[in-house]
Ligand binder design. Structure first.
Ligand code: GLN
Length: 203
């Protein structure tokens, strides 16, 4: 199995590390590669879009001619796992808590609406134990200027939620082979979500 990690900005090597750990724990003969150009999309069984800054990732990907091939590959069935900014990249609809509707380059494959910086300034970063469908026990969610899923339609499904300021919002979404988390599972050393995604890939 060969999994790419989009390597333009953000927590790239944390995901490479988590993938290698997850391969080992699952007994998968796997390879993790950092993807910086479209030719490296060839032969991948899945791609991780890391956290960082979604506008930067989108703008750089577009500038170097990687965004369209990446979007095409995902639309043609390449499974994607996006964390935080990566989840924003996968969403079809994006708004920003502060500036409202955002026009930014996206992959836009998942039937979800995401609000960037949902938790605002006061709670820029926090950690919370989450219940996630399909994951046994609690999962420590590390949220850093995190987004939240405010709507899901079509074949997207929210599989974890939290309550914030009287509202219930989604923090994990799935759609077929695609997985998106508002938080950073690559920062805790807990590979359960990486493993869940890898197991869902029919390779
Ligand atoms: N706030 C960032 C964005 O809007 C995401 C932050 C993160 O990935 N930790 O893209």
């Amino acid at each position: 199995m060969k999994i790419g990690v989009l390597g333009l900005q953000g927590g790239v090597y944390e995901h490479v590390y988590m993938l290698r750990k997850a391969f080992e724990e699952e007994g998968i003969h796997g390879e993790a590669v950092v993807v910086k150009k479209s030719s490296q999309l060839e032969g991948l069984d899945g791609i991780i879009i890391p956290g960082g800054e979604s506008t930067t990732i989108g703008i750089v990907a577009k500038r170097i001619g990687l965004l369209d091939p990446l979007r095409d590959a995902v639309k043609e069935g390449l499974p994607a796992f996006g964390t935080c900014a990566g989840a924003i990249m996968l969403a079809e609809r994006v708004t920003d808590r502060v500036v409202g509707e955002k026009k930014q380059p996206l992959i836009g494959i998942m039937n979800v609406e995401v609000v960037r910086n949902y938790f605002g300034r006061q709670r820029e970063s926090f950690e919370i134990d989450l219940e996630i469908e399909g994951v046994d026990g609690l999962f420590r969610g590390v949220f850093i200027r995190a987004p939240a899923f405010t709507k899901a339609w079509g074949s997207a499904r929210i599989i974890s939620r939290i309550n914030y300021n009287g509202e219930t919002v989604g923090v994990v979404a799935v759609q077929g082979p695609h997985l998106a988390t508002a938080f950073h599972p690559e920062l805790t050393g807990d590979t359960r979500l990486h493993r869940m995604w890898l197991r869902s890939l029919k390779v």
